[in-house]
Each structure stands twice: as C-alpha cells, then as structure tokens.
Design a protein around this ligand. Sequence first.
Ligand code: SF4
Length: 459
Amino acid sequence: MPKIQAVRPGSLAEELELEPGDEIKSINGQPIKDIIDYQFAITDEAIELEVIKSNGEEWLIDVEKGYDETLGVDWEHPTVDRIKLCHNKCVFCFVDQIPGNMRQTLNMRDDDYRLSFLHGNFVTLTNLKQADLERIARLKMSPLNISVHTTNPELRNFMVGHKKAGEILNQIAYLAEHEIEMNTQIVLCPGMNDGEELDRTIRELAPYWPQVRTLSVVPVGLTKHRRGLAEIRSVTPEEADRVISQVEAWQEKFLQEKGAAFVHAADEFYVMAGREVPPAERYDEFAQTENGVGLIRNFLDELEEIKEQIPSSLKERRHVAVVTGMSPADTIRRGIRLLENVGNLRVDLHVIRNDFYGHMVTVTGLITGFDIVAQLKDTCTADLVMIPDIMLKDDADIFLDDYTVDRLSAELGKPVLVLPANATGLIKGALGMTDKLPPRRRYEATLAHSGMLGCAGGF
Ligand code: SF4
C-alpha cells in the first residue's frame, strides 16, 4: 500500500489530518498499486479515501475537492511501489562510469516507464511485459522517452546488453498504433551504430512519425572511471561533422515530406565539429532540450531578444565570475561580449577542466564543486561567482560530488549565485537583475541513460 512519507504544509492531506506513515488503502474502492493508479484516481472531484493510520486505525474519509487538487503528499518511493530497475548492460552506461562512492540516486539503474511518463526519464522497454504495454495504451500514458540506439535487433541486443532488446520496433509499432507519442534517442558510439546503421535506424523509425515525434542523436560520453564495459571510444571532430551532414540530409527530406525535421543532432556534435547550430525552425518545438538538443540555439536566440535590455552602464561597480564547462564556452563568450561595454561591469569567464570525471568530459552539467574550488581559489578576483543550475541536483543545492553551494561559497570566500542555465540567467545575473528569473530546471532524472552525460548549452 502507498505509504505517506511527508505531508506538505497547507495541503489537502494536512487538512484531513493525514500523517507520515499513514497508508492509502483505496480511493473510491480502487486499490492503489502505484503512482499511476493514484494519479488517475485522485482526479475525481468526490473521493472516498480508505486510510490505514500508522497506529493501525482504519479511517474512511469523504472528500470534495477540485479536479486538479491532489492530496499534497510525498510518497516513500516516487512510483509509490518499488521503482522498476533495468536488467540491461548498456555499453555506455553512466552508472558504470562513475566512482563507486557516489550518492545513491546517481547509482540508480531505473528503467521505469512510469518515470518516463511522469518525469521524462529515458527507458529501453526491455523490462516491459505485454500487460505493461496494454496498460500504457489503455491509460494513454503519453509521451514516453525511449532509448532506441539502433533498430538492428542483433546490434541492439549487444548495445543494450539484453536478449530481448531487439524487439524494440515491434514495441514502438504497438505504441504508435495506440496513439502513444514518443521521443526517441540514439546514443552514437563510433564504429558501432553510426554510418549505415544510423541511416537504417532513422529510416526504420521515420514511418512511425508523428507518434514517434522526434529522434535525437547524442554522442557517447566517456569518463576516466569506466569499468567492465565494452571497448568504445569518443566521437572525433571529423565524425561529428559527418553525423551532422548525415542528419541534416535526412532533415531536408523529412521537412519536405512531413513538414518536420524529425531527427536532430545534439548540440555537442556542432561544438565538436565547430559548426553553427541550425535555426529554431529545425528543432521541432525543442522537444529534447533536456537531452542537449537545441540549447545552444535557444541561448543564441534568447541573447538576440535580451540584448535590447542591456544598459550602457551600471550605477555601482560590479565584478562577477561566470563558471562553465569547456563545451559551451564559445557560446557563453558570445553572451559575455555583449556586456563588454557596460560601464562599471566586469565579467570574467572561468572555463572548468573536468578533473573529477576526466578531461574527455566537457559539459557543464558534470562539473563538480571540488573542481570549481581547485581551479578558482587562487585565480578568481571577482566579488561574486555565478553558476548555472544544471550543475546541481534538481531539488537540492548539491553538486554531483555532494559539495553544497554553501560549502563552495565558504571555500571560495565569496557569495555564489545559482542561475537558470540560459542566456537570460547569464545576462540578468551579470547585471544584477535577478528578480523574476524562471525557475530551475530538472536534470538528474535523465543522467544514467544519457550517452552525452549532460547538456552542452548551459553557461
Ligand atoms: S544506460 Fe540506463 S538502461 Fe542502460 S544499463 Fe545503464 S541504467 Fe540501464
């Protein structure tokens, strides 16, 4: 039975005197087996709640509530029952590429379609039974994010490390037939699923558009902590250039045939190849920014919009440091150049080398507090350090190495400002116009399955 872990202040649950440790036996007579049952049951406006109190008492409560009003509780597990774990052994898995003493959520090998529906996690579908597919179809659990990597059955069995992985096209066909929208991804491993294999995957997924709404191609990311994984190597700049040309050729065809680009190369390919990212119209409403697709284009377009708001001078002297990864550094420099002539303002860019995961890791989202301190402590002369939110866990101010923002600030001896990882965050943060900035983005949920290990475009 779903057990309540916390009751949020001012919530319906608090009004009903529900407490941590209480269990929900049923809603309107329906047993609640997982978060999906709960989400559907709680939408009724008149509900009968059967509760087992932590002291063993049984309560039956009738509640009148709004359609979109929930109990306002946190559950012991995010899926209410246990999270479905993966039984795969992907050749690029992030969990096999981190030091052994990282926090539990980074070691979590989840592969749970419910978390894909609710939070956008990428799933492989290898642990789905027919009953799960039917449930997804019946409850219209859409959209889902699916890691495909290749539609070649033997190759997918190998890359995902599961003997049923090759059934992916049948599963996608079933979901498409039942009108489930899917965003899909390929983690590109050179010499494995690139070249003709990449063409095959694009060609075999395209007929399922518009149900398969987008297909992203992201480069595999490797750290210095790899253990027990297949021999793979990073994408070279020449290969990145070829992937972009291949993807853009398919885009041309799909734009003519479907009016949508459908397949997208991740920003990281454009950075590696030194090529300008495509215009916004090519990004199909930016469906995969969390996967590092379109962040640079968003950033550059946002800069164009915000530059009119940049004043010629500040009233008081301001000296700030901007911290970023190596991959987006050139994009961030384009933003900082717009601030060069603002009187009384000095902005220093600090590009952090990733000593923690290894120098092949260049994205901002994988920078640790330890590396920032080590590289800024003796060089940073600014009065304030600005960091983008994608360096931190989504619901807490901690870095991947468990450094807190407070600890970073104490060790640097300066205040640290956390800002949205976009052009508005950079410009408004630098100018001290930080009120009314958008909320922080989610990040850690998709980390384990993402070959590129983070996002290129965050400053
Ligand atoms: S990448 Fe994801 S699906 Fe693959 S082994 Fe790792 S956790 Fe499992």
